[in-house]
Design a protein around this ligand. Structure first.
Ligand code: RP5
Length: 160
């Protein structure tokens, strides 16, 4: 898989499924699975330790609450980790956001918005990372952006 999409629980899928949809739309070879940092620590380490040699180019990791999955993955691999904070029951994902974004200097995790918007942008960011070496993918990304521009221009007529 060129992109791995992992999440701490199946309850994260409501947000993370959006990343899956977008990667599918762009034809990116990817795989989605549950990989919990605190419930499957050995699996998580194995996954991270082998990621580079398996040719993985980006890991999109969603987690909620004390969201240590993205940071722990980043600690065990030099493959770029894109972290998605999942909305949590009591703190609405602000806890997840702070947990992921506040990585101490030296081991970065690229951190996106809370929830589905973050999952979408993480997928689009992975596409952009891959597009430099893939002109066809780059053309698709440009077309995707252009469609948004046209949709925004058309919004004026809906006012009032
Ligand atoms: C985290 O705990 C997961 O990423 C999820 O967001 C949160 C709650 O998990 P469940 O109790 O729904 O399985 O590890």
């Amino acid at each position: 898989m060129i992109v791995e999409v992992v999440m701490g629980s199946s309850s994260d899928w409501a947000a993370m499924g959006v990343a899956d949809d977008l990667l599918r739309e762009f034809g990116i070879d990817h795989h989605c699975h549950v990989l919990s940092a605190h419930r499957m620590p050995d699996d998580m380490f194995r996954f991270a330790e082998t990621a580079w040699d398996r040719g993985v180019r980006a890991i999109i990791a969603g987690a909620g609450g004390a969201a240590h999955l993205p940071g722990m993955l980043a600690a065990k691999t030099t493959v770029p980790v894109l972290g998605v904070p999942i909305p949590s029951k009591h703190l609405q994902g602000v806890d997840s956001l702070y947990s992921i974004v506040q990585m101490p200097k030296g081991v970065p995790v690229a951190t996106f918005a809370i929830g589905a918007a973050g999952a979408a942008n993480a997928a689009l960011f992975a596409v952009a990372m891959l597009a430099r070496e893939n002109p066809e993918l780059h053309a698709k990304l440009q077309a995707y952006r252009q469609a948004q521009t046209e949709a925004a221009r058309a919004m004026t007529k809906d006012l009032q």
